[in-house]
Ligand binder design. Structure first.
Ligand SMILES: [Ca+2]
Length: 305
């Protein structure tokens, strides 16, 4: 074969290869087989996950708004007795140790750091934090691995719209988290790859306080809304896929979901402004055990104002 012929074949091979790449990248993704485990995220087809090549690192915020003033009405922190399973507790009613801090009342010293969120007086609940839906959040940071646990908080949305997150266990780090999420049609759901997910409600309203709790043990995950159980789902088979557009199996993602690398209130998934909570959050708790139905009911009643 002469030299020009070889050059022509090499050029043709390069063109063919590149065309293959383009075809692969642009091939429509399908998500038809998905069910409750990928729930809302399957419906929107995970466009971010499909496009990304590697998840970005959690971003350390560079811009810090003026801190909220410490109100004189707040009380000194009195840690709860040990042994109650509380790993973190922010009532926002107590004075913290430093500027831009919120007090952890669990006794574990996990005071949060405030990034722009504003301490506010709520007509119903007293001291709560307001998040502006652009860049406000509170970081509790790294908390380690929770083989079983419960996340509980009160929330009030100023607007109910896609896809704002009041809480995440891994600030702005894409799928590597347990996160809670609202959508414009009034649904409120959880994203927790490898654990099991569900809808808390399909009729969420703005300017209304709701209590949310999500618990998990070694077998299943449980959702509660305003103190009542609303879903229970077994953890998916560790070898099963989590989503057509997301690599790695359920076992991999379960490990990611249970490792609380950077707990954040007021944000989830990414730093897109649409991911920040617009509204209020109060009485955040994380337990290192799965509270049962009766304990969740009591927690709801005890923290309802
Ligand atoms: Ca409060």
């Amino acid at each position: 074969m002469n030299r020009p012929a070889i050059m022509f074949m090499l050029a043709a091979a390069v063109i063919f290869t590149c065309a293959g790449c383009i075809t692969l990248q642009e091939k429509p993704q399908t998500s038809s087989q998905y069910d409750i485990n990928a729930i809302k995220d399957a419906m929107r087809g995970y466009p971010q996950a499909a496009k990304k090549t590697a998840p970005p690192k959690a971003v350390k915020p560079a811009v810090v708004s003026k801190p909220a003033a410490q109100p004189v009405t707040r009380q000194a922190v009195v840690p709860v007795p040990a042994g109650k399973g509380l790993a973190l507790h922010y009532s926002f009613d107590r004075v913290a140790s430093g500027e831009r801090k919120v007090a952890d009342e669990s006794g574990n010293g996990r005071d949060g750091t405030v990034f722009g969120a504003v301490l506010s007086d709520d007509r119903e609940r007293g001291k709560v934090y307001y998040f502006n839906g652009v860049d406000n959040f509170i970081l509790a940071g790294k908390m380690g691995y929770f083989s079983s646990g419960t996340i509980s908080f009160w929330m009030k949305a100023e607007t109910v719209e896609n896809w704002r997150n009041p809480f995440s266990t891994d600030y702005a780090n894409w799928d590597s988290c347990i996160r809670f999420e609202e959508s414009s049609d009034g649904k409120f759901c959880i994203g927790a790859l490898g654990l099991g997910a569900g809808f808390f409600t399909a009729s969420m309203k703005p300017m209304k306080w709701y209590h949310v709790a999500y618990a998990w043990d070694d077998k299943a995950a449980y959702g509660y809304f305003d103190g009542k159980p609303v879903f229970a789902v077994n953890h998916p088979d560790p070898g099963s896929p989590v989503h057509p557009n997301i690599p790695d199996n359920a076992g991999h993602w379960k490990g990611r979901s249970l490792d609380f690398r950077n707990v954040a209130i007021g944000n989830g998934y990414s730093t897109a402004p649409s991911r920040y909570w617009k509204g209020w959050v109060d009485e955040v708790r994380i337990y290192d055990k799965a509270l049962n139905k009766n304990e969740i009911s009591k927690l709801y009643k005890d923290t309802k104002k």
